[in-house]
Write a protein that binds this ligand. Sequence first.
Ligand SMILES: [Fe+2]
Ligand SMILES: [Fe+2]
Length: 169
Amino acid sequence: MTISQKMQDALIEQLHHELYSANQYLTMASYFLKDDLDGFANFFLVQAQEENLHAMKQFKYLHDVGGHVKIQSIPEPINHFTSITHVFEITLAHEKKVTQSISNLIKLSLQENDFATHTFLQWFITEQVEEEALVNTIIKKLKMIGDNSSALYLLNDELAKRTFDSQSE
Ligand SMILES: [Fe+2]
Ligand SMILES: [Fe+2]
């Protein structure tokens, strides 16, 4: 099985988006650790691990289909946040961009008649649906919480329970 140069380049670009995502979520985790919101920090640490796993899935696939990967520079993530809600709004906007970029890859795989890559990408588009839904739910909860700090700590406790599962993710 060989992959076209165009498809390979596009997947490598996506792999860089995943690495960028991991860095974005790591800096968000640090923002919460600074304020001792360990549950929120945990949510983003797990998120960062998932993004690294996405990059590794693409790395492995590219080699399985005869490609190779040259890692280039990754832009600096957003490092300034004004509120908890702001962090989640940035997350949602970012995930929507990633969904668009996966959709573009799927379109390209069809143009290239690359059905192996088309199948490979199905997992990622399903994952995007889940990620957007998860972040949307948290934004709704944050809106309900408003400035009620005890409710905020309950959400913090809930997010502390999230674990990284390298098998299912
Ligand atoms: Fe991802
Ligand atoms: Fe993501």
